[in-house]
Design a protein around this ligand. Structure first.
Ligand SMILES: [Fe+2]
Length: 549
C-alpha cells in the first residue's frame, strides 16, 4: 500500500488551477513511490511538470509515449534493459486528462552490460545510466503496477471527495443565504401591524436588508397619499425618504432617478449595474449598482424600495432582485391595508362629525357640550390609567352620548323653564333612541353602552334600566361624571353655570350615590386640567386621539 496521501486533492476546473492540482498530485505520487514523476498533457504530449530528479524526464520522446497511452489503467509504456517507464493516467477537473510518468529499475545492472536501451530511455550516457539504475530501489513490475492502481484509485477518490466538499460548501452557502432571507421576510411580516409606526418599520427594514443583501445602503421612499391633509387622521402629503447609513442620494435625487428610468407601479425589479451606470446619461454618478422595486398593490403605488452599490463592487443579480421584490410586494400590500384602514377611519369620523353637528343643531343652548364631555371623559380615563384604545372609545362615546336627542321634540328640548313630568319622561327616552340610531354601525359597538346607560346612577335610581353599581358599564360611569360636570359648570342662556366650589360640593355628596366614587376621585385629582378643558372651545373637531393626547 502507498504511504498515506495526506495532501487533499481538490477538483480542478480552471486552467489556472491546473498547475496547483498537478503540484498536489506530484507530492502524493512522490510519497507513494519515493520518486518524482513528470506530467504530460495526454492529448498533445505537452510537458506540464518536469521531475528534476530523473534523467530524461523532459525528453519529448516520453511525451510522445504518453500520447500513445491506451485506456485508463496504469501501464508500462517502455521497457528497456532493466528500466521500465510507468505511466499513470489521471483526470484533473472535468476534462483535463494528464499522464504521470516515472522510470523504475527492476534489477541492478552490471558494469559490463550493454544497457544501451536503458541509456536511450533515460536520455543520458551509458555509464551514467548504469550508475543511476544501481542507485534506485529495485521493484517488481507487478508490485509497481498494483501500487500505481491503488494510488490512482485513491487520487480519484480524493478528487471526488474534493468535488463533494465544494458542492457541500455551495449548498451550505445557499442554505445560509436562504435562511437569512427567510429570517428577513419573517421579521418583516412580524412587524406588519396596521397600528405600528410606518416610518419606524421602514427604518428597520432598510437596516435588515443590509444584513441579507451585499449592498452598501438601502432606502425606502414613501409616496404621498393625499394632496392635502385629511381632516381627522394624519396622512402623508409629501414623499418621505428613509435610508440606511451613508446613503449616496437624498429624497429629491431619488425622485429624479425614478423619473429618469421611468418606473411605474407593478413594474419588474429594475437592476442597473456598471454597464448602465457608466453611461453618459446615467443621472446619479455616485451610484454604480442599484436595484429598485415598487411597493405597490395592483396599480396603486405606495413607494419604492432600493439598494445601492454592491458591497463587494460586484454586480447585482436575480437573487438580490428577487428578495427585494418579495419585500417590496409585502410592503405594498401592507401599505394598501393601512390606507384602507385610514380611509375607513376617516369615513367613520365623518359620520361621527355629522351626528355631533346634528346634536348641536338640535340643542343650540348646549352647543359644544358633546366635545367638552368627550374631552373631559378622556381626561378622566387617563387619570384612571386606561390605554389609548379606551381613550379613543371614550372620546367617541362623549361625542355621541346624546345622539338620541335628535329624536326629542324641540319644544321640550329647548324649554327654558322647569319640565313637567310628561316632558321629563319624554326626555328620558333619549338614551334608548340614541342606541337605536347607532346600533347598526358596527364600528361604534364599543360606544353603545355609554349612549344607553349614561343616565344610570350608582344607587340604581337612574334611567332607563335602573342599573346600580358595577352593573353600569364603566364607560357609561365615566361619561356620566363628564356629562354632569359640563351640565353644572356651563352657562345657559337662562342661567349661569355653577361656581367651581358648588360643583365640587355636588360631586362630593353624589360620590357613591349618583356617581361611581372612583370616577369622582379621578375628577378631583384632575380637576384643574378638566376646568381648563371646559374653558377652551375648539375650532376643529378632531377624532385622532394621537393628535391631542
Ligand atoms: Fe344625556
Amino acid at each position: 500500500m502507498p504511504a498515506s496521501l495526506t495532501t487533499r486533492l481538490t477538483p480542478t476546473t480552471h486552467a489556472a488551477d491546473l498547475s496547483g492540482g498537478i503540484a498536489t498530485l506530484a507530492i502524493s505520487l512522490r510519497r507513494a513511490f519515493g520518486v518524482a514523476f513528470s506530467f504530460w498533457q495526454r492529448e498533445s504530449g505537452e510537458l506540464l511538470h518536469v521531475s528534476m530528479q530523473q534523467p530524461g524526464s523532459n525528453d519529448p520522446l516520453r511525451g510522445q509515449l504518453a500520447r500513445a497511452v491506451v485506456g485508463t489503467e496504469p501501464q508500462f509504456i517502455a521497457d528497456e534493459d532493466s528500466v521500465l517507464l510507468l505511466s499513470v493516467p489521471f483526470t484533473l477537473g472535468k476534462d483535463t486528462p494528464i499522464i504521470a510518468t516515472a522510470a523504475f529499475a527492476i534489477r541492478p545492472v552490471a558494469e559490463n552490460e550493454d544497457a544501451a536501451g536503458a541509456a536511450r530511455l533515460l536520455g543520458c550516457e551509458r555509464a551514467r545510466a548504469i550508475a543511476w539504475i544501481n542507485r534506485q530501489t529495485v521493484w517488481l513490475p507487478d508490485s509497481l503496477q498494483r501500487l500505481a492502481a491503488t494510488v490512482q484509485a485513491q487520487v480519484a477518490a480524493e478528487i471526488k471527495v474534493g468535488h463533494l466538499e465544494v458542492e457541500i460548501e455551495k449548498i451550505s452557502d445557499n442554505l445560509a443565504s436562504t435562511y437569512e432571507e427567510i429570517c428577513l421576510l419573517h421579521s418583516v411580516t412580524q412587524n406588519l401591524r396596521i397600528s405600528s409606526d410606518e416610518e419606524q418599520l421602514c427604518s428597520f427594514i432598510v437596516n435588515w436588508l443590509l444584513d441579507c443583501l451585499p449592498a452598501q445602503t438601502a432606502a425606502i421612499q414613501l409616496l404621498p397619499l393625499a394632496e392635502e391633509g385629511e381632516p381627522t387622521y394624519r396622512t402623508r402629503t409629501q414623499p418621505l425618504f428613509i435610508a440606511s447609513r451613508q446613503c449616496p442620494i437624498d429624497n429629491e435625487q431619488f425622485t429624479r432617478l425614478i423619473e429618469t428610468v421611468q418606473l411605474e407601479a407593478g413594474c419588474a425589479p429594475y437592476v442597473a449595474n456598471d454597464n448602465v451606470t457608466a453611461g453618459d446619461d446615467w443621472p446619479a454618478p455616485q451610484i454604480q449598482q442599484m436595484i429598485v422595486v415598487p411597493m405597490s398593490e395592483g396599480e396603486h403605488l405606495f413607494g419604492w424600495l432600493a439598494v445601492f452599490n454592491h458591497s463587494e463592487e460586484a454586480e447585482f443579480g436575480t437573487v438580490e432582485a428577487s428578495l427585494l421584490s418579495s419585500v417590496g410586494a409585502m410592503l405594498g400590500i401592507h401599505s394598501g391595508n393601512r390606507e384602507l384602514y385610514r380611509q375607513q377611519s376617516e369615513f367613520l369620523a365623518s359620520v361621527v362629525r355629522a351626528l355631533t353637528s346634528a346634536i348641536d343643531a338640535k340643542d343650540p343652548y348646549t352647543c359644544g357640550h358633546s366635545d367638552r364631555v368627550a374631552r373631559v371623559a378622556v381626561r378622566l380615563a387617563q387619570e384612571l390609567g386606561y390605554d389609548a384604545r379606551m381613550l379613543h372609545t371614550l372620546y367617541m362615546a362623549g361625542l355621541l352620548h346624546d345622539t338620541g336627542k335628535i329624536g326629542i321634540d324641540d319644544a321640550v328640548l329647548r324649554k327654558p323653564g322647569k319640565l313637567t313630568d310628561a316632558e321629563f319622561d319624554h326626555i328620558k327616552l333619549h338614551p334608548e333612541l340614541g342606541y337605536r340610531i347607532l346600533c347598526d354601525i358596527q364600528q361604534l359597538a364599543d360606544v353603545l353602552p355609554a349612549v344607553l346607560h349614561h343616565h344610570e346612577q350608582w344607587d340604581g335610581c337612574g334611567y332607563p334600566f335602573k342599573l346600580a353599581g358595577e352593573q353600569i358599564p364603566l364607560i357609561a360611569r365615566i361619561v356620566a361624571v363628564a356629562d354632569a360636570f359640563d351640565a353644572m359648570s356651563s352657562d345657559r342662556p337662562y342661567r349661569l353655570g355653577m361656581p367651581a366650589d358648588k360643583v365640587d360640593e355636588v360631586f362630593r355628596k353624589g360620590a357613591g350615590q349618583q356617581w361611581d366614587a372612583k370616577v369622582v376621585d379621578a375628577f378631583f385629582r384632575a380637576r384643574e386640567d378638566i376646568r381648563q378643558i371646559a374653558q377652551h372651545e375648539r375650532a376643529n373637531l378632531t377624532l385622532d386621539v394621537q393628535q391631542w393626547l
